[in-house]
Design a protein around this ligand. Structure first.
Ligand SMILES: NC(=O)c1ccc[n+]([C@@H]2O[C@H](COP(=O)([O-])OP(=O)(O)OC[C@H]3O[C@@H](n4cnc5c(N)ncnc54)[C@H](OP(=O)(O)O)[C@@H]3O)[C@@H](O)[C@H]2O)c1
Length: 335
């Protein structure tokens, strides 16, 4: 089968498009003929290599996969060849310490076929396209858990989203608006900010030209005068961590699910204890989160933005666009 793969970890230059063996489903697993694969920043981290995470080489990324079951492994009874499915990319056994992730520790869907456990499968409603379904698991599942389960966002709260133009970012904007929050979306260009306004953001900040902490202080006042926003969402960390702490109002929350810009970041300790804010981590998502996002799209008034849909043969260029921050929303690759 054709795939975008790498034989060794490294930068974009290690990616290849070509033939690799077609996987066979083990007992209890199924093989999926991939119809659409959604890219995430995880594809980049997995290809570069992450400490403590073992990737089977040749590596094939792509955890978000919509497609049809093409072959059943021995003993699979509840599913049929031809069923349209959107697997939950991860398999976690907390008691046994076992963690598997499609497109990371296991070969993924940036290929014509991939295999998953039958227990990971979820049906795609008829009125949801392969492309929209494949946009959901990692970005929308993560945002759903971070905002609702971990962040407990409420109608009327103000929410500042950094990196709002990306997959998780646009998901946070849409979900927070849907929850009745006022959303300030921060991104790296005027063009992206205009698109965020069109998506529903109440205000935008181009952080390439405007410091987010100065902007929030100007608009809402200082911490001691009740200024700041209720919730800041930051999955960029690095240089953005300290200023984003200074945007949180008294008793507010800072939600974090990643650190694209760097994991080592100083914390403004006086601001942390003076504000009595909470820093809340969030990782991954549950079957319920993924189902909730699928139901929202099936409901007809929730529409994840897709920047581009490209053939698998252009998959390397699509990863490049994501890595170079040339994307608004999701990138979908179709074998
Ligand atoms: N813990 C979890 O379970 C989990 C799950 C999903 C994602 N994540 C993490 O969340 C982050 C976002 O993932 P994603 O798939 O949404 O990525 P994405 O679609 O590429 O979006 C990331 C956005 O962040 C902004 N950004 C700011 N600083 C950046 C930098 N130094 N390098 C690249 N982009 C930067 C970019 O927008 P501008 O150009 O407008 O700044 C970009 O659009 C990643 O760190 C990812 O690992 C974690």
């Amino acid at each position: 089968m054709k795939a975008v793969y790498f034989d060794t970890h490294g930068d974009l230059s290690v990616l290849r498009y070509g033939d690799v063996p077609t996987p066979e489903p083990a007992a209890g697993w199924v093989r999926i003929k991939v119809a659409a694969c959604g890219l995430n920043y995880l594809d980049i981290f997995s290809r570069r290599g992450m400490p403590g995470i073992k990737v089977e080489l040749p590596g094939i990324t792509g955890g978000d996969c919509a497609g049809v079951i093409d072959k059943l492994g021995q003993g699979v009874e509840d599913w049929q060849v031809g069923d349209r499915v959107l697997p939950i990319p991860h398999h976690v056994d907390w008691t046994g310490g076992r963690f598997e992730l499609l497109g990371e520790t296991r070969r993924g869907a940036l290929a014509q076929y991939c295999t998953v456990r039958a227990s990971q499968l979820m049906r795609i409603p008829d009125n949801v396209s392969d492309e929209k379904a494949a946009a959901l698991p990692c970005a929308y599942g993560t945002a759903h858990r971070m905002l609702h389960t971990r962040g407990q966002i409420r109608a009327g709260e103000s929410v500042l989203v950094l990196g709002a133009s990306g997959g998780v970012g646009t998901a946070c904007v849409l979900l927070a608006k849907r929850a009745g929050c006022t959303v300030i979306a921060a991104a790296g260009s005027d063009e992206k900010c205009a698109k965020l306004t069109a998506l529903g953001a109440d205000a935008t900040i181009n952080y390439a030209t405007t410091a987010i902490d100065s902007y929030i202080r100007d608009k809402t006042g200082s911490l001691l005068r009740g200024g700041g926003v209720d919730v800041v969402i930051n999955f960029t960390a690095g240089d953005t961590w300290t200023p984003s702490i200074r945007c949180v109002k008294r008793f507010g929350r800072l939600l974090c699910c990643g650190g694209t810009g760097g994991y080592a970041a100083p914390t403004d300790i006086p601001y942390l204890f003076t504000s009595e804010m909470s820093i809340i981590g969030s990782t991954g998502w549950t079957r319920e989160d993924q189902q909730a996002c699928l139901d929202l799209v099936a409901g007809g008034d929730f529409d994840p933005p897709i920047d581009r849909i490209v053939p698998l043969s252009d998959g390397i260029a699509a990863v490049r666009a994501l890595e170079e921050r040339q994307v608004f929303g999701k990138v979908i690759v179709k074998p």
